[in-house]
Ligand binder design. Structure first.
Ligand SMILES: Cc1cc2nc3c(=O)[nH]c(=O)nc-3n(C[C@H](O)[C@H](O)[C@H](O)COP(=O)(O)OP(=O)(O)OC[C@H]3O[C@@H](n4cnc5c(N)ncnc54)[C@H](O)[C@@H]3O)c2cc1C
Length: 393
């Protein structure tokens, strides 16, 4: 491991890897990325549903999506790794009058930024998603340019590209301390030795708060468990053949029942689905709570009756990385020179990794990122609660 570097990145998820790749593209290659697990994308990144959407309520998040999704569409060409990217759309189903009002405003905002989003009647939503029960739905929004991609592909692609340019990637190593000299970063301590550096990037996802603590900086990110279940078609058949054909969408369209947060999309030969649990508090436990499954199935059956007959073949849980306003923290952090954070994406970070990594790399490399980071500044929480992101599932 190097003993001196121009920057040390803590965390080998999609954020750390994106920052590393973008720094290398800017000629900053004397960089070390440190991951404590034996492989990259072992944290939230490796647990996520792969969804990418333009449909956010905060203009800054829509802008992150526009840039990130454009990059994902050209990822193999630009970064050199395939990411199984499908733009089959996101469909939000709205059953509460208040949500209809909010989403009508969101659609206006998204369109004003050049995103093509449609407002659909319930029957139109049903036509897009065969097998859907639209009872009680008042309206829906659909953006055909939304989709799904492979989180491991994105992370490993960025990491390999950075490595090829000279960035060092160290696994099975934990960052345990950061040495300051008069409020300036001078050294990172790890379980394998120390690295002299003027820059530390906190890309530790749900663990970002503990990295902040090493420097005495409050990084308000709390972990929250979220489950994903995979449903196989009944009797070991295929979702596309009789008797199951037409009971679930054929494409990778991602459908979200916004009121309950139940969502699903096709994943390989199965159907991936999940839902937030309003009773889940903060914590690092990622044990699968099988007693939560009946609650999810109860909601799911009402929207997608085919789930009633499906077999849940496996499940996992991972951590959302929640901030108080559900917007991320991107930029310099605290009164410490050389400390940067890129964390707290509140359950929608995978899709923003390309743009967020580009923006932070520009800042570190002394370039203008051409992006107003005010809504993502860590000190916003000290001033007053900002208008955050409302489209969180
Ligand atoms: C169930 C689920 C579904 C999701 N679905 C979506 C989705 O559809 N679309 C979407 O955009 N987002 C989704 N997300 C959110 C997304 O996964 C995260 O926002 C994103 O992966 C955050 O990436 P990260 O790199 O910041 O964090 P992580 O991937 O958690 O990476 C942080 C890394 O830091 C390492 N680390 C921590 N502390 C240290 C230390 N002291 N020393 C060394 N290494 C350390 C960890 O081991 C970890 O690998 C989902 C999340 C979950 C849990």
């Amino acid at each position: 491991m190097k003993t001196t570097a121009d920057a040390v990145i803590v965390g080998g998820g999609c954020m750390g890897a994106s920052v590393a790749w973008h720094l290398a593209q800017r000629g900053m290659t004397n960089v070390v990325l440190i991951e404590r697990e034996s492989q990259l994308a072992a944290g939230s990144t490796g647990k996520n549903a792969g969804g990418v959407r333009h449909q956010f309520s905060h203009p800054a998040n829509i802008d992150l999506s526009i840039e990130s999704i454009a990059m994902m569409a050209r990822f193999e060409e630009v970064v050199g790794t395939p990411i199984d990217f499908h733009q089959d759309g996101y469909l939000f189903l709205l059953s509460k009058a208040a949500h209809v009002v909010t989403f009508l405003k969101n659609v206006q905002l998204q369109r004003s930024r050049g995103v093509d989003v449609q407002w659909l009647a319930p029957a139109e939503a049903q036509a897009l998603a065969p097998g859907l029960d639209v009872t009680g739905i008042k309206g829906a929004t659909y953006c055909a340019a939304d989709g799904v991609a492979d989180p491991n592909g994105v992370t490993v692609g960025f990491a390999k590209g950075a490595q090829a340019k000279g960035v060092e990637i160290i696994r099975e190593t934990e960052v345990t301390g950061v040495q300051l000299d008069h409020s300036r970063v001078v050294e990172v301590r790890t379980s394998r030795g120390n690295i002299a550096t003027p820059v530390v990037v906190n890309a530790a996802g749900p663990w970002a708060k503990s990295i902040g603590r090493l420097l005495g900086v409050d990084v308000p990110v709390e972990p929250e468990r979220r489950h994903i279940f995979i449903a196989s078609p009944p009797a070991g058949g295929s979702w596309d053949d009789p008797p199951n054909a037409g009971k679930v969408p054929r494409s990778k369209l991602l459908v979200i029942d916004f009121e309950t947060t139940f969502y699903f999309h096709r994943e390989g030969g199965g159907l991936l689905f999940g839902m937030g649990d309003p009773d889940e508090g903060p914590g690092f436990d990622i044990t699968v709570r099988w007693d939560f499954l009946p609650k999810v199935i109860d909601v799911a059956m009402r929207r997608l009756p085919a789930i009633a007959d499906a077999a849940v073949s496996h499940a996992w849980a991972g951590l959302y990385e929640m901030t108080p306003d559900h917007n991320p923290i991107i930029g310099p952090s605290g009164d410490v020179d050389g400390f940067f954070t890129i964390a707290g994406f509140s359950g929608h970070g995978f899709q923003h990794a390309p743009a967020a990594g580009r923006i932070l790399a520009d800042l570190i490399a002394g370039r203008d990122p051409h992006f107003d980071l005010t809504p993502f500044a860590v000190d916003r929480f000290k001033r007053k609660m900002s208008r955050g992101e409302g489209s969180v599932v």
